[in-house]
Each structure stands twice: as structure tokens, then as C-alpha cells.
Design a protein around this ligand. Structure first.
Ligand code: PLP
Length: 430
């Protein structure tokens, strides 16, 4: 488009924007929350115990105790995470809380007694504890580091996962790098599934990193497929065991996006020594997890085949929502260019909860502001990066699970309008 054509198109888009503005929409594509229909798939949880509160080992689930979780839930977690029950721990309603606990315990109390605390080592070296953060990533992982004053180092992501050359070089050079956040399957927000080569290099990191290095392998979307033949994720626990680095890995999951969000159960798998150390810390904060809820979940989810059937029902609800979102992106933006470049690019995820949209460099915050003013809330620009600083200012995370199909289409029409308007207005201003 020449300057005149750009002016004319901008004028047209501004008029469209004004009419959307006047509609006073109130739409929200921010958080990856399940919708009510998805939550209703698990409503049988309520009352499922029918007054039978006994766990399989005879424990009364209504009473205190059982810091490691009830036996049937540990067996289930082992199947879900790919290990043995002895190497699992089952907790309360939030895997994020487990992750916070793992990091705070290692930081202040040590993974093998007080002398191993990351903070002690950092103080002795006159430095700071640091974490590697493949970015874009999950904002709440980054919030944990920020809250605990752990310095975050962004690491590039590519189609196979995080850039392992960069990671290996960083951990070799700096023993105060004590951890890395990973969402290895259908990563939040770019949907990447780590390749077998990446997983195997991850499993070997413990051999080249400083003391007590930990991988937080947050497999939040392990079974959350949107396609028929989902990609396989290599088993980091098996690879770590073979490499002699099992102590360096915590694999984490929960039923938050399987049953009731924020009212499910969470799992960790790691070496028995790590779990013991964590349990010794946890027992100070709680006498035990909610075993009644663990038992309800086991009566409902039963085994992996039953869980996979439930996940197919989730998929039946979610897939049309992703399709609607992608259709609007295609219809509104495909083939359009400004300044000789596409107006954006986006992921087509095979699972998980998000589509990542990249604007032309430098425009994400403008687009988010424009859509917000027109009544469509998006995740704040930058929030997928440590310290909310997206260096290219181009990532926008789109989450279609919660709104209805008509709401998604309406919100995305506004979104594509704002992307084009922002791109053209910038081109005109240059
Ligand atoms: C990658 C990831 N991990 C963890 C969570 C939260 O899990 P939970 O509800 O078990 O705390 C989310 C929720 O969006 C997530 O995207």
C-alpha cells in the first residue's frame, strides 16, 4: 500500500473502531480458565464418596495426617507423571503452591539441610540466586522468582523448546544459577512441545550445573490435547535416573484443568530424598493435605484411561473455541502487510490453553491498550516475560477457553481490527 492507500485504510479502520467503541463490549481473553461447561464435566465429584471415607489402606481420609498423599492418589500420580508411587507426593489444590514451596524451601532451608540453602551459598559468594526463564513463559512462575528476589535470566524459546546451547553455557559459567522453569508440553504461552533431544539435554544439566540445581518441570498440560495424534513428550524422570541426575528434577502437575480448577489435587515426582526433604518442610506448615478431596478424585478419575476419556470431553468443548479464534485471525490478518511485513504471526497449538500472537515488533502494548479501550481485555503486554519486559514488545497471549463461541468471535474481530489499525497508524507516523 502506498501512503495514500494507507491513509484511506486507516480512516476506514478508525471508523470501524469508533462503532465498536460505541457498543461498550465487555469481553475477556485474559486467563486460561476452564469454562463452566468444562467444570460441569466433573460435577459427579460432589457426593461421590457416599459416606465411604476409607482409603484403600484403611486410613480414614477425614482425619489428619498423610503428608505424602493417600496411596491410591500416589499410584495415580505415578502413572500420570511417569514414575513409581514412592517417587510421588500428592498435595492440595494448587501445583503452583507446591512450586512456591519447593523454591522457598531450597532457597531458605536447603534441599539437604540448612548448609545447602541457595541463599547461604549466594551470600557466601557475594552474589544473587538466579533462575533461567525460557521466555515467553508463565507469568506466575516469574512472579515466584520476583517475590523471592531471585534474579531471572530470560532464555530463548524455539520450535523444539528452550535454546539448550544457551542454557548449557549459562549454567556452566554460573554456579548461582539454581533453577529453571519449564512447561514442557503445550508450553504456556507458545504451545511448544519439547523435543526428545531437548528433554535429554535437560536431564543432563545436573551434571554441569552448580550444586543443588533444580529443574521445575511444570507439566501442567500433559493430557490436554487438541489433536488426534498428540505429540509425545520424553520422560525426563527416566532420562534423569539413567543420567544419575534425578535429584535435579521436580516434575509437577495437577487436576486443575481436568476436574474443578483450584479445587483439585496436585502432584510432584522427584527422587525419594528430595520428597523427604520437602515433606520435612511442608509438615511445619500443614498437618497434611485434604485427603477427602484426594479420595473423591480417585473415585472419580480412577485410572489413566478414565482420565483420557474425560480429557476428550474437554477437547470437544475447547477445540471449536480454538478454531473460532484461529479462523478470525486468518480472516482478519492473513496475507495483509504493512511496511513490507505481515501484520502478525500466531501459533496453532496441538494442545494446552493458549495461542501466542506476535505483532510487528514494538506494537503489543499499543494493541492491548486499543482492545481494552474497546471493551476487550487481553493479558497485559509483557506479562509473558520476566519483570514484564518483552524486549520486542510483540507477544500477546490469547486464551479462548473461558468465553463462549460468539464472545470469542466478537473479541477476535476487535483484536484483528486493533492489530491492523496499530500497524497502519505506526507506519503513517514513521
Ligand atoms: C503452566 C501452568 N502451571 C500451573 C498452573 C496453575 O496450576 P494449579 O492450579 O495447579 O496451581 C497454570 C495455570 O494456568 C499453568 O498454566
Amino acid at each position: 500500500m502506498n501512503q495514500q492507500q494507507l491513509q484511506a485504510r486507516a480512516q476506514e479502520l478508525r471508523q470501524q473502531y469508533e462503532s465498536v467503541f460505541a457498543q461498550k463490549l465487555n469481553l475477556d481473553l485474559t486467563r486460561g480458565k476452564p469454562c463452566s461447561e468444562q467444570l460441569a464435566l466433573s460435577d459427579a465429584l460432589d457426593g461421590i464418596l457416599g459416606n465411604d471415607y476409607r482409603c484403600e489402606d484403611g486410613t480414614d481420609s477425614r482425619n489428619y495426617g498423610g503428608i505424602m498423599g493417600i496411596p491410591e492418589a500416589r499410584r495415580f500420580a505415578a502413572a500420570y507423571l511417569g514414575t513409581t508411587p514412592e517417587r510421588t507426593m500428592v498435595g492440595g489444590n494448587s501445583s503452583l503452591q507446591f512450586m512456591y514451596q519447593i523454591v522457598t524451601s531450597a532457597l531458605y532451608h536447603g534441599v539437604r539441610g540448612a548448609a545447602s540453602a541457595w541463599s547461604r551459598e549466594a551470600a557466601a559468594a557475594g552474589g544473587k540466586v538466579r533462575f533461567l526463564c525460557p521466555s515467553p513463559g508463565y507469568d506466575r512462575h516469574f512472579a515466584i522468582c520476583e517475590a523471592l528476589d531471585i534474579e531471572m535470566i530470560p532464555v530463548a524459546m524455539n520450535d523444539e523448546g528452550p535454546d539448550m546451547d544457551q542454557i548449557e553455557a549459562l549454567v556452566k559459567a554460573d554456579p548461582l544459577i539454581k533453577g529453571i522453569w519449564c512447561v514442557p508440553k503445550y508450553a504456556n504461552p507458545d504451545g511448544v512441545v519439547y523435543s526428545a533431544a531437548v528433554v535429554s539435554r535437560m536431564a543432563a544439566l545436573g551434571k554441569i550445573a552448580g550444586a543443588h540445581f533444580r529443574i521445575l518441570w511444570d507439566n501442567a498440560y500433559a493430557e490436554h490435547h487438541l489433536v488426534d495424534n498428540p505429540p509425545e513428550l520424553a520422560n525426563i524422570l527416566a532420562l534423569s535416573e539413567a543420567a544419575g541426575t534425578l535429584d535435579n528434577v521436580y516434575v509437577i502437575g495437577s487436576t486443575s484443568k481436568i476436574t474443578h480448577a483450584g479445587a483439585g489435587i496436585s502432584f510432584i515426582a522427584s527422587s525419594e530424598a528430595n520428597l523427604k526433604s520437602l515433606a520435612d518442610q511442608l509438615i511445619i506448615a500443614t498437618i497434611g493435605p485434604d485427603k477427602v478431596n484426594q479420595l473423591r478424585h480417585m473415585r472419580f478419575l480412577k485410572d489413566m484411561p478414565t482420565l483420557r476419556e474425560l480429557m476428550q470431553q474437554h477437547r470437544a468443548i475447547l477445540q471449536p473455541k480454538f478454531e473460532a479464534l484461529l479462523r478470525e485471525l486468518e480472516a482478519g490478518l492473513s496475507g495483509k502487510q504493512v511496511n513490507g511485513a505481515a501484520l502478525g504471526e500466531w501459533t496453532v497449538p496441538q494442545g494446552g490453553y493458549f495461542v501466542l500472537f506476535n505483532t510487528q515488533p514494538g506494537l503489543a502494548d499499543t494493541v492491548v491498550k486499543l482492545t481494552a479501550a474497546a471493551g476487550v481485555k487481553l493479558t497485559p503486554a509483557g506479562s509473558t516475560w520476566p519483570y514484564r519486559k518483552d524486549p520486542a514488545n510483540n507477544n500477546i497471549r490469547l486464551a479462548p477457553s473461558f468465553p463462549s463461541l460468539p464472545e470469542i468471535s466478537a473479541a477476535m474481530k476487535v483484536f484483528v481490527l486493533c492489530v491492523e489499525l496499530a500497524s497502519i497508524e505506526r507506519a503513517l507516523a514513521q
